[in-house]
Write a new protein. Structure first.
Length: 368
């Protein structure tokens, strides 16, 4: 996710940023329903259905960074100061504030407030779940100036070669599940693949895997956009998204059937770096890439609203909790409708909060 202070404004990217942010909010509204599992099948399926539909959100945010930041044109130190400065201050502030909000609200997680505040330098916690993305984003920002010179001079064939190897890594999460079913027992009690073992977590494809692939993919698609007609691009994008969604939702439901309530397996169909989610992200990105906004006033409004998205991401999780409690207790709706209602309320409330926070003199430390 780019912070809202980027000087480059591209209308279709603003639309993509808003869409991705709304998807993140709706995805987190699904969590309490997914956790119902078989206790309430309707709620579980509603949460799984909506949640699966939103899985492309984080890859899309990463791809926005790939379009806007590559190739890196700043000296490494200047790039770090500019990019990391906009992330680290909000990361620290919301890591400290959010547990206190849960404490004030009286949430069960309030019992862990001291621990959550004291350990945020090591990792996120329940109250700051969405901030996992910022820890990951810091890592991407650290590596971008290193890989940027190659990306800038690489030919189309070289970029495609990298993306093909990265594409293979999108299947590795499934290979980890399939291999033991075929009789693979691993070595020394460790079932890692391609050289992974108890003393080495870095297998053959480690350096080609992860979110860096989405960065390179976005750079590639921006430099070499599809040349087909708009209708053909949209049709292909819709088919890829539909296929990805079918695999994601179907995989999640089947995984729950064979590995009930086991999050180590349940999360696999929802992995952001899995092939099925890649299909959804690719489809949405290429579809929204076709958007053209000629009206300057409309583009300016989109830009102003897109500027709220980083702050919305930072604060929405607690507001989703409030929205869930309010709607669940006061608005009698079936689960498949309750989820989008919570999302709309939480998104609107989060946008209002960020709009107010942007008026603070020290806003860059709060919302980037």
């Amino acid at each position: 996710m780019m912070t809202q202070t980027s000087s480059r404004r591209i209308p279709w990217l603003d639309v993509l940023r808003i869409v991705a942010c709304a998807m993140v909010v709706l995805a987190h509204c699904c969590d309490p329903f997914v956790a119902r599992f078989d206790a309430d099948r309707t709620e579980f399926l509603s949460g799984a259905g909506w949640g699966s539909l939103m899985r492309a959100s984080v890859p899309l945010f990463v791809m926005i960074s790939g379009v806007l930041l590559l190739p890196v044109r700043l000296e490494t130190g200047a790039f770090y100061r500019r990019r990391l400065g906009r992330i680290l201050w909000p990361l620290v502030l919301w890591s400290l504030v959010t547990p206190l909000l849960y404490l004030a609200y009286g949430h069960a997680e309030a019992a862990n407030t001291t621990y959550n505040i004291a350990t945020f330098v090591l990792n996120f916690n329940y109250t700051t779940t969405p901030l996992w993305y910022l820890y990951m984003l810091v890592g991407l920002y650290l590596i971008l100036p290193v890989v940027s010179p190659w990306i800038a001079q690489a030919s189309r064939r070289e970029l495609k070669r990298f993306l093909c190897i990265w594409g293979f890594t999108l299947f590795i999460p499934y290979l980890r599940v399939i291999a033991p079913l075929l009789g693979y027992a691993g070595n020394y009690g460790h079932t890692g693949l391609f050289g992974e073992c108890a003393w080495n977590p870095f297998g053959t494809f480690y350096y080609f895997s992860g979110f860096l692939g989405y960065i390179v993919l976005a750079f590639y698609l921006n430099k070499f956009p599809p040349q087909s007609s708009r209708s053909l691009i949209l049709t292909r994008s819709a088919l890829l998204f539909a296929l990805g969604y079918a695999l994601t939702f179907g995989g999640f439901v089947l995984t729950q059937k064979f590995y009930p309530t086991d999050y180590n397996y349940l999360e696999i169909p929802w992995f952001f770096t899995g092939f099925n989610v890649f299909l959804m992200a690719y489809g949405l990105f290429t579809a929204l890439q076709t958007i053209r906004i000629a009206n300057d006033r409309t583009a300016a409004r989109l830009s102003r609203f897109a500027a709220l998205t980083f702050g919305i991401y930072l604060c929405h999780f607690f507001i989703v909790q409030l929205g869930y409690d309010f709607v669940y207790n006061h608005i009698p709706l079936p689960a498949y409708l309750r989820i989008p209602v919570i999302a709309v309320l939480a998104f609107a409330a989060s946008a209002g909060v960020v709009w107010l926070l942007q008026k603070l003199p020290f806003r860059k430390y709060v919302v980037g």
